[in-house]
Design a protein around this ligand. Sequence first.
Ligand code: T5A
Length: 209
Amino acid sequence: MTRGIFITFEGGEGAGKSTQIRRLAERLRADGRDVVLTREPGGSPGAESIRALLLNGEADRWSPLTEALLMNAARRDHIERVIAPALARGAVVLCDRFADSTRAYQGAGGAVDPAVIAQLETAVVGEVRPDLTLIFDLPVEDGLRRALSRNGGEERFESKGAAFHERLRAAYLAIAAEEPQRCVLIDATASLDAVEVAVRAAVDPRLGA
Ligand code: T5A
């Protein structure tokens, strides 16, 4: 079976992932590639319904463990209906957040036992693991300032406080250090164009470009 390539974008709030993933998708499509641009939580109709439950309401609407279960329920539907079929036909799948977000937000941020997060990840993700993960890193206050300046109302996680966001940043840096074959750290404090160059340098060799 042909397998495409699965690339995920990760980082804290307002790191610039969504901007850069759109730029990358446009460039790869212009090169004639079959690109699926998707996101989590969400990406399939069922998962988008779960997204609405997760991102709206009070910061303490769900416990961290309940969040982890909902994120994984959404992820399983997204994998079955969108990601796995696209990879099977050989597409480039670009996903704005994936399982590392659960490790960081619900694990490190929400203090859910890492063993539970890992068990859920094994059961839900199985073999559909990213080939490449770009981790966008910038100081917490810069990211929150950017996120709040463009806000559309889905702000449950942005309202969780600075200490929560510092734990996220540390967790992402730890993931990048633990899995250097899969993860590339991107300096997200740079200009939009400079970040795009860094994304290109990380992605193109994996595509044989
Ligand atoms: N979540 C998700 C979990 O808790 N567990 C999980 O398992 C998963 C999958 C998703 C939320 O769900 C949580 C994490 C999130 O809190 P979302 O609305 O999809 O929520 O939000 P985010 O993914 O966090 O997206 P953001 O929009 O907050 O951040 P982005 O995508 O990193 O940033 P972006 O590109 O929208 O940029 C933000 C602003 O900064 C500017 C942009 O123009 C924009 O205004 N900007 C720059 N400015 C200067 N220089 C640059 N280099 C810039 N890059 C972007």
